[in-house]
Design a protein around this ligand. Structure first.
Ligand code: ADP
Ligand code: MG
Length: 787
């Protein structure tokens, strides 16, 4: 038996797997390893025992020491395995986990409690926004807590696994230790036996020698076994080193898990603090809300109390009032009953009263009616009388009148002999004008002559009657005729400080209309047009370049109208000024070498007065045409050519046509050539019938203009002189058809030097109109007049 080789070789053991079994994959081999190791150790001790037996007690002591050191090594290894430390860690972690779980539960309970609490909606509360933010933060934190919980449970699982593994290792260690104890026991027993044996052997000397010999024989074998044992020991030490390494790794793992746990704990602490803060804020907010609520309740209560007090007081007052009112109510009821009785009889009384009042009113109405009838009859008679007077006036004055106005000498006339005055007047007769032309005096007789001293008002007074007749429904034409610079525009328009006929006429119309406003309803409208090169244009229109046409009214009345001609209703002087200003800007004006400003077109201001007689409903329409004619100067003198020549020809033609029409009207010819020019065609209504025409011939007084003055005055006198009987008229009017109005010179009208033309005995046609003028019968269609 002593010579037997160990049954199990340590080299054949699965040493490399010994500690790997801790990972949990090779548990069986790991469990086997310490047992095998102990078994090998036992075998090794046995061998040593044998050796000790051979070498004696000293060697045995050495072996014992070695055994003790081996046992210490085993216990050290056991402690190094860290079973107890791991257990401590595990326990600590479990305790910590438990604590954390409890805290979590506590927080969850608190949270639920908070959620369950009804939060009073406080719209507009300054905390509501903060509260919402806190709630959001809380839910975020809750999410994070859930995540951390997950992580914690993972860690717990890991710790649990490690704890399980530790328990296994412990079990294995316990087994190993038990086995080792048994083996120790056995070895010590055997050692004792060996001692006894050695003692007995010592007693038997010869056999010892044999044994020594045997030992010597076996010595080489033992040495081999020793080296093997050493190798195994070396291997074991390596194993131990590996174990240590593994232990170290595990320690590191444990440390990192500790760190993680610490981090998690810190996070949890942070969340807790945030939760706590949020909770605190919520509590504060709720507290403040509660306080607000309480305060509001208190205030409402106080108010209610005050109101109640007031109501009570009122009630008391009302009660006292009621007490005092009751007797009054009784008297009122009595009064009411009395009145009720009276009211019952009232309809009868009323009926009677109504009957008598009706009768009285009827009588009064009848009286008023008869009065009215009488007044109306008188009024109509007055109107007829007025019309009669007017017609008489017209008959006396003639329906075509010609006046002359001589402008003063102005700076523009210059100095020297050319600017000397060539016009003189008759001190006794305001219808005579003398002109010194080329050293020869020429006299003309017109209806009226205004000297340069005459004011705008003087001239206006002369035309005033015509303008008022317009209100009665007559058509009136006032023309300003004369060479450029003779004062046509001054007479018609005037200056802003000293207005001419146009503005004064409208002012007069306004005041007349206002005077008659109780009986008549008048509307005054204004149009402004221009005839330039035989083209009619609207001066108040938005497009003054547009060419307008004159058309016959489609109603068959024979009246003319201009489609598209702008008409403004005017009610004040301001309105008129605006209209004139607008018209001015649209008007075409050109320069010539005769005068600085020369108008090459006819400017017409057409004022229409429409009236309705309030009592009779009769309607009247009167038209006042105020015409500033284009310059009548002759082409040759103005030096015009090209377009200027064309302008002059057009002007010449239209002025001739005007002369022709006036002549035809005054001689009561069957045909009046209205259509020969735009001007006469447009004014047809206002020139024919019982219309009135006034021609203001403007005269320049200076020497250099005497030729043009002479022609203008001739034209004026001729216009005026054609008021004769039809027979003679026809003979005289032959030359009026000439297109050159200035070329016409009636045979009977040759001015006699130094003799008054009107007084020339040879010319019956030039005598004063009042003496020879016959009453003219109205021609054509009459304007409606109030009759
Ligand atoms: P026309 O229109 O015939 O070309 P204007 O009316 O423009 O002539 O008159 C030419 C100039 O003579 C203007 O400066 C005007 O003020 C002046 N004038 C015309 N008539 C008078 C008058 N009666 N009193 C004062 N100045 C006048
Ligand atoms: Mg002018």
């Amino acid at each position: 038996m002593q010579g037997r080789r160990p049954e199990v070789s340590l080299l054949s053991l699965p040493g490399s797997c010994l500690w790997r079994g801790l990972g949990g994959t090779r548990v069986t081999s790991a469990l086997l390893a310490p047992q095998t190791f102990l078994r090998a150790q036992a075998t090794w001790v046995l061998k040593w025992e044998r050796l000790l037996k051979a070498i004696g007690m000293g060697q045995v002591e050495n072996l014992k020491e070695k055994l003790i050191s081996q046992a210490q090594e085993v216990s050290r290894l056991r402690s190094e395995l860290g079973g107890t430390d791991l257990e401590k860690h595990r326990d600590l972690l479990m305790v910590e986990n438990e604590r954390l779980r409890q805290e979590m539960r506590r927080f969850e309970a608190e949270l639920q409690e908070l959620r369950a609490k009804p939060v009073a909606p406080c719209t507009g509360c300054e905390h509501s926004q903060e509260s919402a933010q806190l709630r959001d933060k809380l839910s975020q934190l809750q999410l994070e807590v859930v995540e951390n919980k997950g992580m914690l449970s993972e860690l717990n699982l890991e710790v649990q696994q490690k704890t399980d593994r530790l328990a296994e290792v412990e079990l294995r260690l316990k087994d190993c230790l038990a086995e080792k104890a048994q083996e120790e026991e056995r070895l010590s027993r055997r050692l004792r036996d060996s001692h006894e044996t050695i003692a007995s052997l010592r007693a038997q000397s010869p056999p010892i020698k044999y044994v020594i010999k045997t030992v010597e024989v076996e010595s080489s074998k033992t040495k081999q076994a020793l080296s093997e044992s050493q190798a195994r020991n070396q291997h074991l030490q390596e194993q131990v080193a590996m174990q240590r390494q593994v232990l170290k790794e595990m320690e590191q793992q444990l440390q990192s898990s500790h760190q993680l746990t610490a981090q998690l704990r810190a996070q949890i602490a942070m969340y807790e603090s945030e939760l706590e803060r949020a909770h605190g804020q919520m509590l504060e907010e709720m507290q403040s809300l509660e306080e607000d609520k309480n305060r509001a309740i208190e205030e409402a209560f106080a108010r209610a109390q005050v109101e109640m007090k007031a109501v009570h007081e009122n009630l008391a007052g009302v009660r006292t009032n009621l007490l005092t009112l009751q007797p009054a109510l009784r008297t009122l009821t009595n009064d009411y009953n009395g009145l009720k009785r009276q009211v019952r009889g009232f309809p009868l009384l009323l009926q009677e009263a109504l009957k008598s009042v009706k009768a009285e009113i009827g009588q009064a109405i009848e009286e008023v009616n008869s009065n009215n009838q009488e007044l109306l009859r008188k009024y109509r008679r007055e109107l007829q009388l007025r019309k009669k007077c007017h017609n008489e006036l017209v008959r006396l004055k003639g329906n075509i009148r010609v006046i002359a106005r001589v402008r003063p000498v102005t700076k523009e006339d210059g100095e020297g002999p050319e600017a000397t005055n060539a016009v003189t007047f008759d001190a006794d007769d305001d219808s005579i004008i003398h002109l010194l032309h080329k050293g020869k005096p020429v006299s003309f007789e017109l209806d009226k002559v205004f000297s340069p001293r005459a004011s705008q008002q003087d001239v206006f007074q002369e035309v005033q009657a015509l303008i008022t007749s317009c209100i009665d429904g007559f058509n009136v034409c006032i023309f300003a005729y004369g060479q450029t610079g003779a004062g046509k525009t001054y007479t018609m328009e005037g200056t802003p400080e000293n207005p001419g006929i146009n503005q004064r006429a409208l002012q007069l119309l306004f005041s007349e209309v206002q005077e008659k406003a109780s009986d008549w309803d008048y509307t005054i409208t204004v149009s402004a047009a221009e005839i330039y090169n035989e083209v009619l244009r609207d001066l108040l229109g938005q497009e003054p370049q547009e060419k307008l046409e004159i058309r016959l009214c489609p109603d068959g009345s024979g009246q003319l109208y201009v489609p598209g001609l702008t008409e403004f209703r005017v009610q004040s002087v301001e309105d008129i000024n605006k209209v004139f200003e607008f018209g001015h800007t649209n008007r075409t004006t050109e320069f010539t070498n005769l005068n600085e400003h020369s108008s090459r077109s006819h400017a017409l201001l057409i004022v229409t007065v429409r009236g309705v007689d309030c009592s009779t409903g009769l309607r009247t329409t009167g038209k006042l045409n105020l015409v500033d004619l284009a310059g009548s100067e002759r082409v040759g003198k103005s030096g015009a050519e090209g377009s200027r020549l064309r302008e002059a020809q057009h002007i010449n033609k239209s002025l001739s046509a005007l002369g022709d029409v006036i002549a035809a009207l005054r001689s009561r010819q069957g045909h009046v050539p209205f259509r020969n020019s735009k001007l006469t065609y447009l004014l047809q209504d206002s020139l024919s019938g019982d219309s009135k025409t006034l021609m203001v011939v403007q005269v320049s007084p200076v020497e250099k203009n005497t030729s043009e003055t002479l022609y203008s005055l001739k034209f004026a006198e001729r216009v005026r002189s054609v008021e004769l009987g039809p027979g003679s008229r026809r003979a005289e009017l032959g030359s009026w058809s000439s297109q050159e109005h200035l070329e016409w010179e009636p045979a009977c009208q040759t001015p006699q030097p130094s003799a008054r033309a009107h007084s020339a005995p040879s010319s019956g046609t030039t005598s004063r109109p009042g003496s020879i003028r016959r009453k003219l019968q109205p021609l054509g269609k009459s304007r409606p007049v109030p009759v």
